[in-house]
Write a protein that binds this ligand. Structure first.
Ligand code: GLN
Length: 472
């Protein structure tokens, strides 16, 4: 059994003949089958993965393999891979097969990574616990009574349980960082526009970013280097040059770090999470960084702004799933209108329906100014205030989440309580800045805790640099 530690070591081991891609795929397939109860994978792409492994083993022999040769990658089930099924963990996309690959997938394949399968998630990436999937809960491998976080729950669990080397998730309000924090993995949301969204099933397009979940920050840097860059198929992707993120990890700089007083003093913050974050701050100071409190009196506006704007965008994005163009069509429909109504009512789950209705409401003629317009204005203020802090400081530090993973069903009856899970993570998406969650020790309940760092626009290299120094 090959024990994966990081991408660079794997490359050396493949070149040195210690392991082959074919064996790595076999191992992954076996591990996924052995841990089937976790329900992380919705499908294993066994045939295509084996084919890729064979080709890559030949390339390794010839010395022509890419820099991700043999890296076994799982895709969140909202990222398209040509000729393979994709469902956003929804019944409404039943039987749908991708007609093209997402740009990120093309880029990974071009470096000889191996796509091993698609990963369970909250339906259309809406949720914080993976309890909203049409295909059942994903279990937290550290304690199976607990949620893995969401919406990229399967992506986090696949890495935490060693089912594959790296996974991709999508982060609209915390969906990479929160499950990473709940499973003791590294979750990275790049700057908005750093990574192409082409081929990602859209939830809220002005918030969505694809990013990696990995065992180490070094691996996140390598993956970002490969997937980042301008794409003619995504007009919001930036033309800024892609930096050498791995090289940036080697720098040793002293930084100015701000922590948000209101986050650390937040009611509802688990005392042990608070203590763990304070301990990290002391450690950072001992390493020569400065850590200072700043005030950010907008905490209570973050979650409402996020939910007004993302549901508005979702109601528009999800209108294409009409029972005609894709996947599921109700058998009980009798005419065009009932095809729309019945297919959408039967195909979408409860949470997705709630958000489509909320979004339709905030965009409706009578309420547009009161909600959507106001939400946009508040977004602008949060954006400006966040950037003001990031002009004076290199980073903003917060806990990733108010607590550790919670038990199944605990927040299900109260959507507001569930939405508050995102209180620390949504700021980065509202402002568009990059953010990372790194492990920050174990709680006395045995579950991992996460520390979040945010940096300024396109300061992804700097962010990865400091994150790579944090050790627990
Ligand atoms: N938990 C948040 C939500 O439910 C974030 C989701 C995400 O980032 N995709 O919307």
């Amino acid at each position: 059994m090959y024990s994966f530690s990081n991408i660079n070591t794997l490359q050396a081991d493949l070149k040195g003949g210690k392991i082959t891609c074919a064996a790595l795929v076999e191992q992954a397939v076996t591990a996924i089958a052995q841990k089937k109860q976790l329900n992380a994978f919705l499908e294993v792409f066994e045939a295509s993965a084996k084919e890729l492994a064979k080709k890559t083993d030949e390339k390794i022999k010839m010395g022509t393999a890419g820099r991700l040769a043999g890296v076994i990658i799982g895709l969140k089930d909202n990222i398209c891979y040509k000729g393979h099924k994709v469902s956003a963990s929804s019944k409404i996309l039943e039987g749908f097969e991708s007609l093209y690959s997402a740009t990120v997938v093309e880029k990974l394949l071009a470096e000889d990574a191996i796509m091993i399968g698609r990963l369970n998630c909250d339906e259309f990436a809406m949720g914080s616990s993976n309890e909203n999937s049409a295909f059942g809960n994903v279990l937290n491998p550290l304690n199976e009574k607990f949620v893995p976080g969401g919406s990229s729950g399967g992506s986090a669990v696949a890495v935490a349980a060693g089912l594959c080397h790296v996974t991709l998730g999508s982060d609209t309000g915390g969906s990479i960082r929160q499950p990473a924090s709940f499973t003791g993995t590294v979750g990275y949301k790049p700057t908005y526009g750093r990574v192409s969204r082409y081929g990602l099933i859209a939830y809220a397009s002005s918030f969505d970013q694809i990013g990696p979940i990995t065992k180490t920050v070094d691996d996140a840097a390598v993956i970002l280097e490969v997937i980042a860059g301008q794409d003619k198929n995504d007009n919001t992707s930036s033309s800024k040059k892609v930096e050498d993120y791995s090289k940036a990890l080697l720098e040793d700089k002293k930084y100015k770090i701000a922590y948000l007083k209101e986050c650390v003093e937040a009611e509802g913050l688990d005392p042990e999470v608070k203590a763990a974050v304070l301990k990290q701050m002391e450690w950072l100071k001992s390493q020569g960084h400065t850590v200072e409190a700043v005030s950010f009196p907008y905490l209570e506006y973050l979650v409402p702004t996020y939910y007004v704007l993302t549901t508005a965008e979702a109601s528009s994005n999800l209108s294409r799933f009409d029972g005609i163009h894709y996947g599921y069509r109700s058998k009980n429909a009798t005419d065009l209108e009932s095809t729309y109504k019945k297919s959408r009512s039967e195909g979408f789950g409860k949470e997705v329906q709630r958000r489509i209705m909320l979004g339709t409401f905030v965009l409706s003629a009578g309420y547009y100014d009161a909600y959507y317009s106001k939400g946009q204005k508040v977004r602008r203020i949060i954006h400006e205030k966040t950037n003001e802090i990031l002009k004076n400081f290199d980073f903003i530090l917060t806990p990733s989440t108010p607590g550790t993973a919670f038990e199944f069903g605990k927040n299900s009856a109260d959507p507001i309580k569930m939405y508050l899970e995102d209180i620390f993570t949504v700021q980065a998406n509202i402002a568009g800045v990059p953010a990372i969650s790194v492990p920050c020790g174990l709680h006395s309940n045995g579950l991992p805790m996460g520390l979040q760092l945010m940096a300024g626009y396109f300061e992804d290299a700097k962010l990865l640099n400091l994150a790579s120094k944090i050790k627990v």
